[in-house]
Design a protein around this ligand. Structure first.
Ligand code: AN7
Length: 394
């Protein structure tokens, strides 16, 4: 019903591979003649496994009830920017607080199907938190490699508490990923970074849920780090179109942090391959990635959907994080870059005024309390006296 195919040479691969012999990325391809879609696009009962008929598993899933995240409308920002409809899909409300859970529920289910005893990933934080949680649920051993000192505190806390072996690497995310790929090969550990094609299958349900609840928007904006999510969401829309469930695909708009923007740079130059950033830097540590492994898939998604890539500064990210917070939506810095990108692009006239856009907010505010203290300041401290407090509230 489904096979693993190379995105470059088209060769069919073993279902446990992460890369084709030719070195390129793999993706899951369904034979749609054999798929019977058993869900209704009625906006109800949204969750990852509603779309099981389009997910590549053969066994009962390891699930923590992921997906079904709320879609909020930002009326004030619509007025301010003169755009007809702006929505935010709050992926920070998944079980571990990020969109990664959609991928992990599938990835960990595959680890069990392949009879693996241990799983591993390199991570800027959220992947490790999510993997640790799902590995715990499945009873698998988990190893995570983090860039030492560069991961938001909440994410490290999750990985530790859910029982992963947490290893800090004196290097950046790209170094950690290079190492973990080799370690997984040598030690027969199942790799759960986004080179794993099954994880991306879970993440494509973001597109399914958007269509299910809203129909097809004109554009979807999201932060881009390792570039798995933009590739996954595009694949989701494309599959719905191939199945005849929708008639068009939204523009995929990838937003990167200025200091970690190889995909933006390639897009600006009209290229399909990136030149890695050796020393990526941004306040949005989740997307502090210089050599995104899914770059080719992401650029294909952007070009094919007539989308684009844009960059935002750390100041623009924090400002968007505060705007979201004022609308009751608490997100971590990386997530806010989608809204920061929307604001920038709208002001540049690159978003149609009459359009419906969805910004994906990828991770929860609670992930990164230290940045909050830096940008909002410490709470006021006073003596335990009514007058002292009265002086502060009047
Ligand atoms: C909040 O956890 O790469 O472009 O190791 O945590 O699919 O990589 C996190 C990425 C956006 C970028 N927003 O997604 C990791 C990791 C948040 C993130 C991204 C990440 P991709």
């Amino acid at each position: 019903m489904y096979t693993l195919q190379c995105v470059e040479c088209g060769k069919e691969n073993k279902e446990t591979n992460y890369n084709c012999e030719c070195g390129s990325l793999l993706e899951v391809r369904f034979d749609f003649d054999e798929v019977s879609v058993d869900f209704k696009l009625d906006g109800r009962d949204l969750r990852v496994w509603k779309y099981r008929s389009l997910l590549p598993v053969k066994s009962d899933p390891v699930t923590l009830k992921e997906g079904g995240t709320p879609l909020y409308r930002l009326e004030r920002l619509e007025k301010e920017l003169g755009i007809r409809r702006i929505y935010v899909k709050h992926e920070g409300l998944n079980p571990s607080g990020s969109f990664k859970d959609r991928g992990m529920t599938v990835g960990i289910t595959k680890a069990l199907e392949f009879r693996k005893k241990a799983v591993a990933c390199a991570s800027t934080g959220n992947t490790s938190a999510s993997m640790a949680m799902y590995a715990a649920k499945a009873g698998l051993k988990a190893f995570v490699l983090l860039p030492a000192g560069k991961v938001a505190l909440g994410k490290v806390a999750q990985a530790l508490m859910h029982g992963a072996d947490v290893i800090g690497i004196k290097g950046n995310f790209d170094d950690a990923l290079r190492i973990v790929r080799e370690v997984c090969d040598k030690a027969d550990i199942y790799l759960l970074n986004s080179v794993n094609p099954y994880r991306l299958e879970g993440q494509k349900t973001i597109a399914f849920e958007i269509v299910d609840e809203l129909g097809v928007p004109d554009a979807v904006l999201l932060p881009v780090g390792n570039a798995g999510n933009i590739s996954a969401i595009y694949k989701g829309f494309k599959e719905f179109k191939e199945l005849g469930l929708i008639e068009r695909i939204p523009r995929m708009i990838g937003i990167q942090a200025e200091g970690a923007s190889p995909i933006y740079k390639a897009f600006k130059e009209g290229r399909r391959e990136i030149t890695p950033f050796a020393n990526p830097e941004t306040i949005a540590t989740a997307i502090r990635i210089g050599n995104p492994v899914n770059a080719k898939k992401a650029l294909r998604a952007i070009y094919e959907s007539k989308g684009l890539a844009e960059i935002v500064s750390d100041e623009e990210i924090v400002s968007a994080q505060k705007i979201l917070a004022k609308n009751g939506i608490g997100v971590e810095p990386a997530s806010a870059s989608s809204v920061a990108g929307l604001i920038k692009l709208a002001k540049m006239g690159k978003i149609d005024r009459d359009s419906t856009v969805v910004c994906v907010a990828t991770g929860n505010l609670l992930k990164d309390p230290e940045t909050v203290i830096k940008v909002c300041g410490e709470p006021k401290i006073v003596d335990a006296e009514i007058e002292k407090v009265m002086a502060l509230v009047t």
